[in-house]
Each structure stands twice: as C-alpha cells, then as structure tokens.
Design a protein around this ligand. Sequence first.
Ligand code: NAP
Length: 486
Amino acid sequence: MTQQQDTRTIIIGAGMAGILAAIKLLEQGKTNFCVYEKADRIGGTWRDNTYPGLTCDVPSHSYTYSFEPNPNWTRTMPPGAEIQAYFENVVEKYGLAPYLRFGEEVTRLDFIDGRWQLQTISGRRDEADFVVAATGVLHHPRLPNINGMERFKGELFHSARWDHSVPLDGKRIAVVGTGSTGVQIVSALAGRASHLCHYQRSPQWIMPVINTPFSEEERAAWRRDPALLKRLQHDPELEANIERFSVAITEPDSEAMQQIEMIVQQNLEQSVRDPALREKLRPNYRAACKRLIYADTFYEAVQRDNVEVVIEDVTQIEETGIRSPNGELREFDIIVLATGFQADRFMRPMTITGRNGNTLENAWAQRPTAYMAVSIPDFPNLFMLNGPNGPVGNFSLIEIAEQQWHYIQQLMDKVEQGECREICASETALAQFDEARIAAAKRSIFGSGCQSWYLDAQGVPATWPWSRSHFKACMQRPDFSAYEQH
Ligand code: NAP
C-alpha cells in the first residue's frame, strides 16, 4: 500500500459504538465507509429495549459521548427513550444517514487477498480494508427452556421484545428474572398490575440511588454555558467513585468493597420491613458478584400488597400460568421473561473466516477472547468495540468505546501509513494476555461464587479484571510488539 492510502472501512452495527466509529472516521475526513445494521433503525440496545421503567443506571452526563454533551437530559439517570432520542439526534447532527444500510444483517466475512469480503442476509456484497465490529454484547435474548412455555394462553414475551399492544393496567403479571431489567420492570409495573409476581431464582443486592429530575433552570444554564456541562461530564467526585468501584470489583477484600457491602446490607435491613420478606430477598453471595443493581423504588414495589416475591427457578408453564415445584399454580394474563441475553455471541452467528482458513468459531472454541479486547490473531484489520474481555460493570460503556477507538485508530494508522498491509495481535501476545487476565478475573468479585452473565462457559469472569485507570492507560498507545504486521 502507498502512503495515506484511501482505505475502506466496514462498520457492523449502528448502536452506540458503531455511531461513534462513523463519527470518528468522518472527523478524520474519511468518507469511504459503510455501516451495516441488521435492524431498521439505529440505537442497538436502546432500540431493542423499550420495557416500562427502562433507565440507564449510569448518570446521564457520563452516558454521553465526550464530544457531544447533552444539556437536555431530564434526570440524573436517563430514561431509555431519551437515550435513543439522543443517539438519533447525534446521527442527524453528524450527517451519518448516507453511510447507514438498514436491514442488512452481515452473514459472512472472509479475509481474502488482504481484504475483508462481506455478505449480508439480502445478498449484498462489499469489500473493505478494515472491519470494525460494533455489534454489542447483549443483543440475543436468552429464552429459558421452560416446559410448556408454548402452551401459555396469555401474553408471553422477552423483556427486549416488549409487545406494546398488550395492555398492562389491572392485569395479573409475572416477571421472571431479577437482573437490572427485571428489577426495573417490577418497579414500574407494581403500581399498574392488579397482581404482580416476581420470580427470583437468585435475589439481588440492591444499591440505593436517587434519580433526581433536572430542573428547567439547570438545563437552561447548561445550554448557555457549555463549560458547565463539560465539568459535569468529568465530575471529579463521580470519576473518583467509578475508579473506586473498579478497584472494589478487582480487589474483593478492599475497603472499597467492604463499603459497598455495608451500603447494600443496610439498604436491605432498613428498607424491607417484614423480616420474612427481608430474608427471602437476602442474596447468598457477595455484593457485586452479579452486576450490582441500582434501584430507587424496587424495595418499595415488592412490599406492596399486590406484589408477591417467589424465590424459585421457573420450570413449568401451563395454559393459564406458572406451576411451582410444590404443585401450586399461579394464574397470569402476562408473563415477562426478563431472563437476560446470550452474552457470548458478540458478532456471531456471522460466519467469519480469517487468515489461513481460521474461523471465528474455531478461534473462540473455548471462549470468546481478544487481545486487549480489540484484536484476534489470524483476523487482521478486524477490530472490536466492546468486544470480549473489555470492561463491563456499572460505568459508561461509551467512555470505554471511545478509549478503544483511540487505540484501534493507531492500529489502522499503521496500515494507512503504509507500514504494513495487515495487523493483528500475535498468538503469543493473546496467550500471555489471557493467562494474566484469567488469573486476575478469578480473583475478582465476579469470580467469588455466583452465577452471572459475566462468566464464560468455563465459569471464568469474561470481563476486564483490572482497574479502569489501567484500562485507560492500556488504550493510550498499543504495544506494537504484541502485533503481527505483514
Ligand atoms: P441478567 O442480569 O442476565 O438477569 C437474568 C435473570 O433471569 C436472572 O435473575 C436469572 O436468575 C433469571 N432467570 C433466568 N432463567 C430463569 C428461570 N428459568 N427462572 C427464574 N429466573 C430465571 O439479565 P438482565 O436483567 O436483562 O440484565 C442484563 C444486563 O443488561 C445487565 O447486567 C446490565 O449490564 C444490562 N442492563 C443495564 C441496565 C441499566 O440500567 N444500565 C438495565 C437493564 C439491563 P439467576 O441470577 O439465578 O441466573
């Protein structure tokens, strides 16, 4: 390749990370790219999830692109619909429409003669020098294999496939699952259902939050003074809290973790009045082992007279409701499965074949893995945003994606500046990274003895096991000795 060659980039996914990648390319004056999106509009997780009560548990001004502050957020924690509207506005403002291809699920990617050949479900073909996989993590609903599910005569749907044609008020509703989703749905529907039953296989620790509305005066002040808004985005107190949280999860015996444990225990003791219900709701694993749940009205909701908490695995659904293992049948009009997602899918079910005929299925036979969460050996010039082993937790994934882009850009530069044609992590670098990562992950709070979507098929936490500041430092500049360049 010649110096500063006009390369072509394919971005897969028009969610938060894909939009970011597109904007960053345009910022560099690059227009030779295309964003393939399987759905009919942008937004990723915020398009798919529309359930009642949907709220981001990361503060609004942090869950915002660093370069596009938003003076219009209405609350400390933004409602899902506002986030979707934010991304739609950003797409419009940056003129991304001509680069977006909707309804084009990518089915194949083949690395042939130094370029990626792409095929979509509609038969469209494309080829490019780079692929940026921004496919997200939680996009394939996990439907539990419950006996008799198909026989239920009422309405039954997954939380990420909410059927808005179904009336909710005065109905008998079952919510299965007590992750962040189930907790938010129960909080939102408790006052609307005639009877709501929350099936919790494993109760959760609940971190109290106050989701304060912002006043019109505050928003007007942010519109007038962008510097004020910038300061909010980088609020030092919030930054310190996030860093402290990341230390807590990586060092389970730290003072920071003891503090979290104390807060959630106090929350349970002080918020739940009935001792029997309090014991039902007490988890038998450590706080933050599963993703910590932030909720303001959940304990209030489950203490209402029309709400029942049932601690059990749902195994049997019948025509009219859910049958418990003790034989009791509870009848419902609606069953909501807030049962989570297949978190190990990433770009799959795409068929991806890299160098030497190596397939992604083969590369990920044991577990999804990527050097620095970005690059896979034998898959040159293909980079992931929010791929496997990246930081996940109770902080903004926008910030993580921005840091990853900064890193990926430097890998792409190597090719664009003619230093090589192909770049990807070496086998050795990935093996060393994985060894250190897995050892640290097992020591993290996520590996302290609970079941969660953070664990891979071998029971090892799949997440970035070091602090947030270490991640930031790693993303500053790639260690090019870890990369094979041809
Ligand atoms: P999740 O955390 O994976 O929770 C799934 C729930 O379903 C668990 O409580 C699980 O129980 C339960 N479950 C599965 N099968 C069951 C069965 N047969 N019977 C009874 N219970 C069953 O899924 P999620 O709540 O959708 O959340 C996934 C992630 O999405 C979150 O961790 C978070 O990263 C993200 N999210 C974020 C926000 C936010 O505010 N930012 C909101 C929603 C979601 P076990 O625990 O026993 O397995």
